[in-house]
Design a protein around this ligand. Sequence first.
Ligand code: DOR
Ligand code: ZN
Length: 345
Amino acid sequence: MSTLRIRRPDDWHLHLRDGAHLAAVLPHTAARFARALVMPNLKPPMTTTAALAGYRARILQALPEGMRFEPMMTLYLTDRTPPDEIRKARASGFVVGAKLYPAGATTHSDAGVTSIDNVWGALEAMAESGLVLQVHGEVTHPDVDVFDREREFIDRVLSRIVERVPALKVVFEHVTTAAAVDFVRGARPGVAATMTPQHLLMNRNAMFEGGIRPHHYCLPVLKRERDREVLVAAATGDDPRFFLGTDSAPHARHTKENACGCAGIFSAHAGIELYAEVFDAAGRLDRLEAFASERGADFYGVPRNQESITLVREEWTVPSGYPFGADELVPLRAGGKIAWKLVTG
Ligand code: DOR
Ligand code: ZN
């Protein structure tokens, strides 16, 4: 198979930033995806429906003439998110969830949740109103090894949420370990997971190939080859709980090539093509459509897209950088080749 026509996909986990950065990255996503769930970790964080309404309007404003794209929004949960804000978010029609960042876990998460015990009321309100919880699943205690943070989070936090609020829909975002895949497979209905291209394509060696590789640093950090293999089996298998969320996270080159480099990998320039490589290598191209275009929509309870896109097996060279407002960003596979190409027009 060298041509692949699939239903237009959705990206269920995306960072678009704001202002000139937003304008620079949005066309990459809109060229491929019909919809995306846009992360709220801006500065300041998007903790209210009113703030999200303004942000959503700026995204639509930044969309180039003639492109169609629907941003779906998620509220940034804090220790003090009132249940009433949850109800407001649901009533807006454009907010589909709320995001739990453990405080300090990642980029712009300082305003996140310091203890799960502070948000039970908000989680109950979400379950009642039908908002989906997206979880950055890592503990932040400095005594926990960085490679164990996801696994520890399952026992210490996630299993408690899933059990205590049985009607809450939960997405375990950007899973990276065999332990996370096992948890999701065995969890009650209403629990799912997104997977990024980097965690399906690379293991932690990619951060240290011949020297330190800041552009392969993201959170959760890349894991072992064994974990990657389990992720690929889940993504390309039949379980509808695993679906696409790129976690494309642009940072200016100088903030990554830095003594204290930012976490995040930009993949929106090839946000579906990179997954095509994964499914092709696994001999499962026929499952790409389910993973990329069906399971997420079904989980979130929105209609599957009616349009389609076409990919061809044709190598292309990724530019060494893309413009990023006044800065430049370095995309995944910069200067290297990608085996699948999006056919446009
Ligand atoms: O690598 C990451 N980058 N992980 C996250 O959780 C946040 C993201 C970002 O916003 O840059
Ligand atoms: Zn993210």
